[in-house]
Design a protein around this ligand. Structure first.
Ligand code: PGA
Length: 246
């Protein structure tokens, strides 16, 4: 299938030795490994088939007085190709707004990094039938600035539909139904068409993906890949997910 599988390690593991071992054990084609910032170098130095991703970036740069932040240029210089932006855990824990996310998306694209923009609703929003409103807001704001950029046409963008309630650790830990994911992706595609965003959009799913359910999602052409959190820390799970993807 050759779909893109993105390993979001989140704030794991605790040591450089463990990060090195995990990267070596999960070095596959079609896998993007997104370790915490301190481990980007070591992962870059050991992977031969996988690609390197980051979990966030700052919109200013290439350098400057921004304590604790990391610029798109710094990531690029480390060999990073992809960057996750707007993950729900950052929106929730750090108060990241759609406006902040929009600036990060522009910074990534300007530096030639491929953004993986996370969107998704909470359980409360889902049962209140507010999913489409939430997704519209996130997409209009997240991509709006990009649409105004000169020369942004044909830029590679990944949109990760990640229902917050489906995330294994910070949500309820139950994956979406693949049929519902396809309907939601269809909704996002129509929205982008209406907004006339001429980007090279790709749509992936995230939320409790593991070796048992990966095939159910990846077999559908509408789902072009998966964002994997918890299972990406277990080499045997990564191997099984990648085997489905062959
Ligand atoms: P999960 O996390 O696979 O553990 O549900 C996905 C994510 O939060 O990106």
């Amino acid at each position: 299938m050759n779909k893109l599988i993105i390993a979001n390690w989140k704030m794991n593991p605790a040591s450089i030795a463990e990060a090195e071992a995990l990267a070596k054990a999960t070095d596959y084609e079609n896998l993007v490994i997104c370790p915490p910032f301190p481990f980007l170098s070591v992962v870059a130095s050991v992977i031969k088939k996988a690609q390197l991703g980051a979990q966030d970036l700052f919109w200013e740069g290439p350098t400057g007085p921004y304590t604790g932040e990391v610029s798109a240029a710094e990531l690029k210089n480390l060999g990073v190709k992809y960057v996750i932006i707007g993950h729900s855990e950052r929106r929730k824990n750090l108060g990241e707004t759609n406006e902040v996310i929009a600036k990060k998306v522009v910074a990534a694209v300007n530096e030639g990094l491929i953004p993986i923009i996370c969107v998704g609703e909470t359980w409360e929003q889902k049962i209140a039938d507010e999913k489409e409103i939430v997704l519209s807001d996130e997409i209009r704001a997240g991509l709006g600035a990009l649409a105004k950029l000169e020369g942004c046409e044909n830029k590679n963008i990944y949109i990760a539909y990640e229902p917050i309630w489906a995330i294994s650790t910070s949500g309820r830990g139950v994956a979406d139904h693949p049929g519902d994911t396809i309907v939601t992706i269809g909704f996002i595609k129509k929205l982008l068409e209406r907004l006339n965003y001429k980007l090279d959009n790709h749509f992936i799913y995230g939320g409790s993906i593991n070796s048992k359910n990966a095939a159910e999602f990846l077999k559908h052409e509408e789902i072009e890949g998966a964002l994997v959190g918890g299972a990406s820390l277990r080499p045997e799970e990564v191997a099984a997910i990648l085997a489905v993807n062959e």
